[in-house]
Design a protein around this ligand. Structure first.
Ligand code: FNR
Length: 344
């Protein structure tokens, strides 16, 4: 028997893949200024990065996806965690709320720590979570950090979704103050603005994952599952490029994570160029695993690392910090957005 929640997860995956992975994240508006005399060798490049207190050997990570019970989610989670271990990148689990409410669903999360005993694994819950639930989620997988997702539009598009979004910031603050690991607040594909980033910085959040518009589109995914659609949310959100620039403009101590429609090494480089310290990929990696298998997924991650090394060589930057400072030009809609918002 597949539970209702597990069934919803499977439908999510099918729709996430069948709506296609968009790539309209604004990063095509970003161009690096070419450097003809980079005074370094490919061997000088160091991909290590820091997100808050977390030390990462690569800025790339696999972002939160499937949670909940069912054989499919166990297979997917095991593969994602193994691929992360093999390529030495971090991986986030999908929302653990289902396993907190129903302990029979725990194995599909615990498998990730089992097959990736030493790597960086991020726990994941929604902003409705309590401090106790956050602690349970962290302990369940011995997490190195906790992601709290905020997904108002996704909830609104679901008939069974939440309708009350009051006091989320207070609950997040409470969690930040009472858990022992860094807290990352993430969107899920609708982007983040600088005002929200400021609120989150004030309450001590370690990092913001902008979860920008332009990749996996939960409005389209949810709308596909039913007859009555809220199609006006299908093109709603702040692009990944504009979101990173928005949050960067606030100049907080917080780290920025770029995500939303990332599909190749140049996008990873551009997200970092705009100010991100790490870059999350969800739908694109899931699509590769489901359609082509585990080996292709590992190959793709390795290829992105190789390509990122070449891009950094061409730009003459040895470190992720150097890449964050590489000169770039912003054009098109992203330029227009930033201009209108008073962001240089
Ligand atoms: C997600 N995402 C997600 N995020 C989260 O915080 N908790 C979750 O449980 C899930 N579940 C989930 C399932 C599936 C099938 C997908 C494709 C995605 C959102 C994900 O982490 C990310 O924020 C968005 O998908 C945008 O990134 P991409 O997919 O455009 O790279």
């Amino acid at each position: 028997m597949v539970s209702k929640r597990a069934q919803r997860k499977i439908e999510h995956i099918q729709h996430a893949l069948s709506t296609g992975q968009q790539r309209s994240n604004g990063l095509d508006d970003v161009t690096f200024v070419h450097q003809s005399l980079p005074n370094l060798s490919v061997d000088d490049i160091n991909l290590s990065s820091n997100v808050g207190e977390l030390s990462l050997s690569s800025p790339l990570f696999i972002n939160a996806m499937t949670g909940g019970g069912g054989e499919d989610t166990v297979i997917i989670n095991e593969a994602l965690a193994k691929a992360a271990a093999e390529t030495k990148i971090a991986v986030a689990v999908g929302s653990q709320m289902s396993a907190i409410k129903d302990s029979s669903e725990r194995p599909s999360y615990e498998i990730m720590r089992k097959v990736n005993s030493k790597g960086i694994i991020l726990a994941n819950l929604g902003s409705e979570a309590t401090v106790d639930q956050a602690k349970t989620a962290i302990d369940m997988i011995e997490a190195n950090a906790l992601q709290i997702h905020i997904n108002v539009v996704q909830e609104l598009v679901m008939p069974e979704g939440d309708r009350d979004f009051t006091n989320a910031i207070k609950r997040i603050e409470n969690i930040v103050k009472n858990v022992k690991v860094p807290v990352i607040v993430k969107e899920v594909g609708f982007g983040m603005n600088r005002e929200v980033a400021s609120h989150l910085a004030e309450i001590g959040v370690s990092a913001i994952d902008v979860g920008g518009f332009g990749g996996t589109n939960f409005s389209k995914i949810e709308n596909m599952r039913r007859e009555q659609v809220l199609s006006y949310f299908n093109s709603w959100g702040i692009s990944t490029a504009a979101s990173i620039a928005e949050v960067k403009h606030g100049q907080h101590d917080m780290s920025i994570i770029g995500s939303g429609g990332i599909q190749h090494s140049l996008d990873v480089a551009k997200a970092i160029g705009l100010g991100a310290s790490a870059v999350g990929v969800a739908g694109y990696f899931l699509k590769i695993f489901i359609e082509k298998g585990y080996d292709e997924l590992v190959q793709e991650i390795k290829q992105i690392h190789t390509d990122l090394t070449y891009i950094m060589t061409a730009l003459g930057v040895k470190t992720i910090k150097g890449l964050q400072e590489a000169p770039l030009v912003i054009s098109g809609n992203t330029h227009h957005w930033l201009n209108e918002r008073g962001i240089e």
